[in-house]
Design a protein around this ligand. Structure first.
Ligand code: HAM
Length: 423
């Protein structure tokens, strides 16, 4: 017997109920994104590796440890995208979106790839939906993305989402903060974990994010190093969130795992979970454009939310999905009846009244029990005899009453009956 294959570790098939939840998230995201003026974008799954090494940062865990990178047959060094922001900025520059009225607002719903250690809530292929507003440096565009994400989660039944915010400042504030932090970390170096001993020199901010090192409690705080513009912008975003009653917590240890941020950064967590995993995160990234070859700095801000984590929380909270509400089922028996039923199905569809069918089943009994389970009001039955006589039986599922009518009259009759039933 030949080998049976399984999906790769950390990768999963999406089907059944999980697919229905994905569909629900996708529908709520695209409807809200359009209301807020975001346009959809799809970038390729694979990019030149440099998009991420330069964009996300050489020293980040994502680039250092988690990227799926390989050489193509043509010798190009490419990577499966671990995130969506750098590719979208690459696309913005490549297609000269800066010549269009600014800002340009994109949204996406796509799979991403990170070779992470396998554990709950972490996958090697996972989906994110996200929003990027490019071309405007103003607190209101940062606030709008946070509000939009908050509203989407609320509509999906996650009403206790909490936004944790911090400000990483502009380059000048951050340079001052980094030297103070480095000095402090040197004084406590013996208590740092081995990873942080390395990070201390190259990427000291990441030490603040470390779950193992507890020295951060006494570390200097970025808020004390912010210039006037950075603190004014930050205050304004928070005031805007207050205005629309989106709750947030200040978290001076929030630094995010990607290097392109400056200014405000945030993560959304659910306050109901014991060990909360971030549902999403984002922030301002005004320098990314330059890292990706733009001559000018292009101000930008955005966030992304993990679909699997949202879906798992929806299930935990027992968020119910709306049932497919169709009122009619077509059952058939025999080859000729199948033909007639297929045509009838199309006739119903054309009139804007979609109906259920079970063309793959042959037994009338199993079709009728499916109609019962679906809770339809009317079942149309085309048996062998009816098919030959160009007729169909219309059965009212509540009263059990049946009536035989001409096939070409079925749609009209069913509509009439549904109207009467509603009275
Ligand atoms: P991120 O924080 O790396 O940000 O990812 C955002 C969200 O994606 C996480 O909060 C989490 O819900 C989900 N996620 C990340 N990795 C995994 C994984 N291995 N398995 C399951 N879910 C995962 C970014 O990716 C930035 N591009 C966000 C952004 C957009 N910043 C500005 N614009």
């Amino acid at each position: 017997m030949s080998k049976k294959f399984k999906s790769l570790g950390g990768m999963h098939d999406v089907f059944g109920e999980q697919y229905d939840y994905f569909d629900k998230v996708r529908e709520v995201v695209s409807r809200n994104a359009k209301i807020y003026g975001f346009k959809g974008i799809e970038t390729p799954v694979i990019e030149e590796t440099g998009v991420f090494t330069r964009g996300v940062g050489e020293q980040t865990d994502i680039v250092e440890k988690e990227m799926y990178t390989f050489k193509t047959k043509g010798g190009e060094q490419v990577s499966l995208r671990p995130e969506g922001t750098a590719p979208i900025m690459r696309s913005f520059i490549e297609h000269s979106f800066y010549t269009k009225p600014q800002p340009v607002k994109f949204y996406y719903f796509q799979p991403f790839f990170r070779h992470e250690r396998q554990q709950a809530g972490r996958y090697r292929q996972f989906w994110q939906f996200g929003f990027e507003t490019i071309g405007k440096d103003s607190p209101i565009v940062d606030a709008q993305i946070i509000v939009l994400a908050h509203n989407i989660l609320k509509e999906l039944g996650i009403k206790d989402a909490l936004v944790k915010v911090n400000n990483l400042g502009c380059e000048r504030c951050r340079d001052k903060f980094k030297s103070a932090l480095k000095k402090y970390l040197k004084s406590v170096a013996s208590s740092l974990c081995s990873d942080c001993k390395k990070r201390m020199k190259k990427n000291p901010l990441r030490v603040l994010d470390c779950k193992e090192c507890s020295v951060k409690e006494d570390a200097p705080q970025i808020m004390n190093f912010l210039c006037k513009k950075c603190s004014d912008d930050f205050r304004q975003v928070l005031e805007l969130l207050d205005e629309v009653k989106v709750s947030y917590d200040l978290d001076s240890f929030l630094v995010r795992g990607l290097d392109y941020y400056n200014g405000i950064v945030y993560e959304i967590v659910s306050s109901s979970q014991e060990k909360p995993l971030a549902l999403g995160g984002g922030g301002r990234y005004n320098k990314l454009s330059v890292l990706l070859g733009s001559e000018e700095e292009i101000p930008a801000t955005g966030m992304a939310i993990g679909v699997e984590r949202v879906v798992s929380l929806m299930k935990e909270k027992e968020v119910k999905l709306e049932k497919d509400k169709r009122e009619v089922f077509i059952a058939q028996l025999g080859d000729l009846a199948k033909k007639k039923a297929l045509k009838l199905f199309e006739d119903f569809k054309k009139t804007g009244l979609p109906v259920f069918e079970s063309f793959g089943r042959d037994s009338l009994k199993s079709q009728l029990s499916r109609a019962d389970r679906l809770g339809v009001n009317i079942t149309i039955i085309i048996g062998k005899e009816e098919a030959l006589a160009e007729k169909a039986i219309i059965r009212d599922m509540d009263s059990g009453k049946q009536e035989k009518v001409d096939l070409k009259e079925v749609v009209k009759e069913v509509k009439k009956k549904l109207k009467e039933n509603k009275k």
